[in-house]
Ligand binder design. Structure first.
Ligand code: AMP
Length: 361
């Protein structure tokens, strides 16, 4: 494995980004502002990040030659999604530093490994159990009770790969639906609301957390993030300390999202995302340095910027047909629009978002 470079990258250096969606696009814009070039690696045609990055490689993750050429053109590699095939990372890590590192990916790619890691740090999670067949699911339901949620161990996002179980007699149906996909059972948490902390750690180990945001989902997809979140001072401190705990344990470099359930018994960690996060988009209008610049700074070996919140903000996603609201939103002077350059509107597809500044401090 290549050692992490000790010197900060100079403007003009090239940052390689695996994945060309909207997160890669906004990372590329932030990188360009700091004088970096970006090279996107993305299997799909016409990626949103390709409109703003200097270079794009269109190739699959099993194209070893394309991966090698991509690595030879960049100074450091980062990513905008966590499900990068391990074999591709094996090739890339011998050629260039990957930030954040493999360990964060290994842990966050698998819900069972992730939950065990979080509990190992002394953090609270939903009760969970490994599910391999009907007997293990029945046993887990006995222990954890209902309601509960079966979640696939891998490749779950935006509520995908989840089956809610309200009665133990639904177990056989859930096992049929899984069709052999490895999964866990999670106890259902009675939370009052959901918050997330977007946290950053630099190559030299400094940590900076953005103020927690409060998240509302619709149909399993993030709908709004509001800052400040409804949290007492002790809960706010707890949220930030636990995020820092996770970053330090992983020797992490870059931005990480931590999703939390707020309950009367404290904060429960739902999941971590080793990348910039949809619930951190509010930082674009709420902080001097937003999550995208913070991530690029960390990956480039620069000091972190000032992520203190100076405004109250509501971020709302524009999903599918919400694009029809764009002309009206454009007339609203308190609203900053962020559109992803996607031409195909599909139900559930994230087309853009907007940040409405509700109060300046
Ligand atoms: P996830 O894909 O794990 O982020 O789950 C998507 C959404 O489902 C979360 O944001 C919660 O609203 C809900 N959810 C997930 N896990 C649980 C749980 N153990 N208890 C209650 N709600 C959950």
């Amino acid at each position: 494995m290549i050692d992490v470079p000790l010197h900060p990258l100079e403007p003009g250096a090239t940052i390689g980004i695996l994945g060309g969606g909207q997160l890669g696009r906004m990372l590329s814009v932030a990188a360009a502002r700091l004088g970096f070039r970006c090279h996107i690696f993305e299997p799909g045609a016409n990626p949103p990040a390709g409109h703003v990055a200097e270079q794009v490689t269109t190739a699959n993750y099993d194209d070893d030659e394309a991966l090698r050429r991509f690595a030879s053109d960049v100074d450091v590699i980062t990513f905008e999604f966590e499900n990068i095939p391990t074999a591709a990372l094996d090739i890339l890590q011998d050629l260039r530093p990957i930030r954040p590192g493999r360990e964060a990916l290994r842990i966050s790619q698998d819900r069972l490994v992730e939950k065990s890691f979080l509990q190992g740090l002394g953090l609270k999670t939903a009760p969970f159990a490994d599910i391999t067949d009907l007997a293990s699911l029945t046993g887990a339901l006995d222990q954890i009770g209902t309601p509960a949620i079966v979640k696939t161990r891998r490749m779950g996002y935006d509520g995908k790969g989840q089956i809610r179980i309200d009665h133990a007699d639904e177990a056989a149906k859930a096992i049929d639906e899984l069709a052999g996909t490895p999964a866990i059972l999670e106890g259902f948490i009675q939370f009052s609301h959901e918050v997330s902390v977007i946290a950053a750690r630099s190559a030299s180990g400094d940590v900076a957390c953005f103020d927690p945001g409060e998240n509302v989902h619709r149909n399993g997809i993030l709908h709004t993030t509001t800052v400040p979140a409804r949290l007492g001072p002790a809960q706010r401190t707890d949220a930030i300390l636990l995020a820092a705990n996770i970053l330090n344990a992983l020797d992490y470099v870059g931005v990480l999202g931590v999703e939390l359930f707020v309950t009367p018994n404290g904060l429960i960690v739902n999941e971590i995302a080793p990348r910039v996060h949809n619930s951190g988009h509010w930082t674009q209008q709420g902080c001097v340095v937003d999550q995208f610049e913070q991530h690029i700074r960390a990956v480039a070996g620069w000091p972190l910027g000032d992520g203190q919140r100076y405004a109250d903000v509501v971020m709302e996603n524009l999903i599918g047909d919400d694009v029809e609201r764009i002309p009206d939103l454009a007339k609203d002077t308190s609203t900053a629009l962020h559109l992803y350059g996607k031409t195909d509107t599909k139900p559930g597809r994230k087309m853009g978002h907007f940040n409405r500044v509700t109060r300046r401090s």
